[in-house]
Design a protein around this ligand. Sequence first.
Ligand code: HEC
Length: 142
Amino acid sequence: MNNKKIIMFAWVALLTVLLMGCGGGSPSASTGGDTAVKPRDQVAAEAHTGDAAKGETMYQQACLACHGADAKGVPNLGKDLTASEFVKGNSDTELLAFVKTGRPVSDPNNTTGIDMPPKGGNPALTDEQITDIIAFIRTLEE
Ligand code: HEC
């Protein structure tokens, strides 16, 4: 071996060590990426466009009592959703978040002095079912 070959050999050895070092580092790099991934529910809600037919059935079970069969609102119980600027002005994702929290009388945004309970008082409703309900309400929008 002449000096040139020894130097080359040293470089190859050094590069190998460096590459292995990078290999060891990659799992932590991908963990860093995972933290940016959204929670499953949120992804499902965003990817899901909502099935208005399924939503109609769920609406009848969970919302009709206060918002009425035609979603025009039952006096002293719930608001008209068909002419609601709030419904028109918010995205499906925003409305999903709204329905999950509701709007109690204590909320400064409450407009009627009547509680809108979280999920209309039906805690079993899933994000997907609520997104379906929102799709149904959109079919009634005026
Ligand atoms: C127990 C009665 C009740 C039930 C059940 C109920 N709501 Fe409500 N909801 C209300 C009341 C009262 C308001 C008005 C709150 C306020 O004063 O701002 C309201 C407001 C809303 C609004 C906002 C309308 C606007 O213009 O501000 C949306 C959207 C809505 N409800 C959707 C739903 C959906 C979807 C369901 C079924 C999952 C549901 N609600 C079930 C009582 C109810």
